[in-house]
Structures are given as structure tokens and as C-alpha cells.
Design a protein around this ligand. Structure first.
Ligand SMILES: [Zn+2]
Length: 310
């Protein structure tokens, strides 16, 4: 079979076989990525939690799957921290041939209870972008609350409302939740604990996860600054990186937002544009690949080796 047709014809079973045979490790070993592969995870799910325990389950990767992902990243790629990337941009050591940066959005507690140990065991750095207001109030994130009450489809319509209406009628009315619920966010103490793990950086993700493009400049600034101030207070460390909620360029944030992020002194901001984070792209619009629960380790390796467009 010609190599060029591989990405169109390999079944999931075939990919599992190729992974087991070490094929992807060898293929990736001969590859130079055109930029950083920034992986965007959300929550994690214990293997024993039954299907249907939480909304948007595809955003919460099973613990065993995440462990397998981490082994692929460790064995076939070059894991980096955001500080490695900063150093390369500042003229220090250049990035390796296959740089991969692991990130998590929203601040789910499962990142600490499940993810932190897996990352440590594999010596993998990561950046965790956290929404602080529901953490402080011990509330559900607004979209998890809406999905549990009205179904996942109901979330989309709230994403098109103005900021004030959304804040008053939705984000301010989320129910409280126990710390051991699979949908829980980290507590402030959890965030501080996670920030002390070597290689883990905490970044800001707004206070309440609004669609920033529907907010005024002042509202956007307050959302972003509030999350940074809280995280710096909890961790005692500077917060320098930001991720846009929802993250679609020109839809969920705009030029006003990137301007505010720059004025506030952040040095990296991440989107959900799905491509390699190439050296030429703007510092406040770095690309990331969303990783869903359905993505097996073999599929992740296949995408990195072949399927993601170069
Ligand atoms: Zn988010």
C-alpha cells in the first residue's frame, strides 16, 4: 500500500495494530512537526464511572485512555512545557523536532485527582486553564448546569446571548455541587496543590466562561483579570498564559479581546483553531487540537504522524 493513502484507509483496528507494532513510534521518529502540537483536554473520567454520569462526556477522557495518550507523547514525541517554549522564543534552546504541549481547559477536579498522577508518572509538563468563580462558589460551570437541567442542545442558545443577560439569567444561577461529583471543579486549595507539581503551570480562562465577543471591553477585562487575580492569590505564582473560552477565532473572541489580553501582560493565549501552532502565528492566537474521549491512543498517534494537515 502506498504510504500516501495510509491516512484514508486505516481502520481503528488497524491503527491499534500499528501502535502495538511500534509503527507510529518509528514514523514519528522520522518526522519534524511544522509547529507545536498543543493538545487541549478538558476533564478526565475514572474508568469505573458509568457512561452517562456527566454532560458533554466526550470532553472527559477516560483515565486509562489518558494514560495511553501520555505514553505515546512520552515515547514518540518531545513533551515540552510552556517555559521551554518561552525560552526558545527568547533565543534559548530551540524547540525539539516533535514538540507536544498538554493543556487542560476549565479546571475540572479530575485533572488533579486523576491527571496529576499520570502526568507525574510520565514526567509530562502541562498547563491547566481555570475558571475561578465557580471554583470559589463551589458551583457547576454554567454549561454543565444548563445541560443537566435542559439538555446539551440548550447550551448553544445561551452562547448567542448578550453578556448581561447570560450573567443574570444563567451564569449567576448555577447550582452548588459536592467536591466528589465527577463534574466538580477544583477548589482553590486544589489549584494551589496542582500548581506545586513540577512542570504544571496554571493559566487563566476567565472568571465564569463567557463568550467574550458578546461582552463589552470592560466586562471582558473584568472576566479575564478576575480569574488571573484569584489564581495568583491561590498559587502565589504569576499567571502568564490565557485560553479563550470556547476559543473559535472571530466567533468567541475578537481583536478587542486579544488587545485586552496583551494590555494585561499575558505572554501566551490559546484558541481552538485546530492546527499546528506554527512559529509565525500571533502570540495571542496559538492553535490547539481538541482531544475528545473517543480518541484512542492509536488514533492520537495516527493523527500526529499522518492525519493532521502539515
Ligand atoms: Zn473552557
Amino acid at each position: 500500500m502506498p504510504q500516501a493513502s495510509l491516512k484514508f484507509t486505516v481502520t481503528q483496528q488497524g491503527k491499534r495494530g500499528l501502535l502495538a507494532l511500534g509503527h507510529y513510534r518509528r514514523a514519528l521518529g522520522q518526522t519534524v512537526f511544522p509547529g507545536v502540537v498543543v493538545l487541549c483536554y478538558h476533564g478526565l473520567r475514572a474508568d469505573q464511572w458509568p457512561d452517562g454520569s456527566m454532560p458533554f462526556e466526550n470532553l472527559h477522557v477516560r483515565a486509562s485512555t489518558f494514560e495511553q495518550h501520555c505514553r505515546v507523547v512520552r515515547d514518540a514525541c518531545d513533551p515540552i512545557s510552556l517555559d521551554d517554549w518561552r525560552a526558545a522564543l527568547a533565543g534559548g534552546a530551540p524547540l525539539p523536532a516533535r514538540p507536544v504541549l498538554i493543556t487542560f481547559d476549565d479546571g475540572y477536579r479530575s485533572v488533579l485527582t486523576i491527571g496529576a498522577g499520570v502526568l507525574a508518572a510520565n514526567r509530562l509538563p502541562a498547563v491547566v486553564f481555570a475558571c475561578t468563580e465557580p471554583m470559589e462558589r463551589r458551583r457547576l460551570l454554567w454549561f454543565d448546569a444548563v445541560a443537566c437541567r435542559d439538555g446539551e442542545e440548550a447550551v448553544q442558545s445561551w452562547k448567542s446571548r448578550g453578556y448581561s443577560e447570560w450573567l443574570d439569567a444563567c451564569a449567576s444561577r448555577t447550582p452548588s455541587i459536592g467536591d466528589d461529583d465527577p463534574r466538580a471543579l477544583m477548589t482553590p486549595d486544589d489549584v494551589a496543590e496542582l500548581s506545586r507539581q513540577p512542570g504544571i503551570e496554571i493559566g487563566a480562562h476567565t472568571a465564569r466562561h463567557p463568550i467574550l465577543s458578546h461582552a463589552s471591553a470592560g466586562e471582558q477585562r473584568a472576566e479575564i483579570e478576575q480569574s488571573r487575580t484569584a489564581l495568583e492569590h491561590w498559587t502565589g505564582k504569576a499567571v502568564r498564559a490565557f485560553a479563550y473560552p470556547n476559543g473559535q477565532p472571530g466567533v468567541d473572541y475578537d481583536a478587542m479581546t486579544t488587545g485586552i489580553v496583551g494590555e494585561l501582560g499575558f505572554d501566551f493565549a490559546f484558541t481552538m483553531r485546530s492546527t499546528f501552532a506554527r512559529p509565525a502565528e500571533p502570540a495571542f492566537e496559538r492553535s490547539r487540537f481538541l482531544v475528545l474521549a473517543e480518541v484512542t491512543a492509536a488514533e492520537l498517534a495516527h493523527r500526529m504522524a499522518y492525519a493532521w494537515p502539515r
